[in-house]
Design a protein around this ligand. Sequence first.
Ligand code: PBG
Length: 325
Amino acid sequence: MYNSYKRPRRNRKSESIRNLTQETTISITDFIFPLFITEGNNIKDEIGSMPNIFRLSLDNILREIEHCVALGLNNFVLFPVINEIYKDTTASYSYSENCFYLNSISEIKKRFPQICLMSDVAMDPYSSDGHDGFLQNGQIDNDKTLPILAKMSLAQAQAGIDIIGPSDMMDGRVGLIRQTLDKNGYQNTSIMSYTAKYASAFYGPFRDALDSAPKSGDKKTYQMNPANKREAIIEAEIDIAEGADFIMVKPALAYLDIIHILNERFDVPIAAYNVSGEYAMLHAAAKNGWLDYDRTMQEMLLSIKRAGARIIISYFAKDFALLKK
Ligand code: PBG
């Protein structure tokens, strides 16, 4: 019998030793928790395909944030549910003075100045076409989209947002947003760019939540081809050169190799978006008794961190916090 001196199992022989040799840990401070805000009062409307995730009116958002802060969860990304009547081809409501999303940002930051609040910048929730960019004759016009995104970003900065989150995948948007913010005195407003955002089937439940699915066609001319890895490096080089403070990979679980390679190559913090479909899948399996919710959730989150993500944007954040309490 071959007698090896090497026995890796020695490092797993007790819980204490397993803890000592643990290479990756996740903490509640690693998370950004997505919230969906809708206009009105006293609204708490569960999203069908995302159990325990709600469209909330501002009063309930403030309550939810208070609850999360008490659990140690201090970072949030806010997505607006926009009524059809406000939608047009140029997403003009996104930077209008009356926009409830902008007013809500101000209210939230007034109430909780210490939290970190991130926005979403893209035309789709406000666009009658449901696309992230400006649609003309059935084509996305990249360069006509950029000033719209810049105006939207400036309006959010003026409202008091901490991090701008461009999720649209237009070329050149990080640069124009950075310039526009700086020119107007918002040098301290950060940008977390959705750098490698793939044209993914995993966004389905989110589009139900916001009613933001494209009215025609798909998003393949701007979101990345799931088959591609090298292209993610090109996107990251551009976003960093244009001034992104963080770069994001989205979705997370089917793209751990992308998280890994960007973390190997670049020094800015990498964020990963553990998207709606990834959340929905586990809930569906757990409901059927096929997977253990808490254990599977923790393993998923750990894998994202181990792959190289510094920050995890996840609908699981609150359940994770509750588990650690
Ligand atoms: C919109 C946007 C999407 C998500 C975040 N911002 C959807 C899309 O691109 O269609 C997806 C988030 C999720 O699925 O959890 N620009």
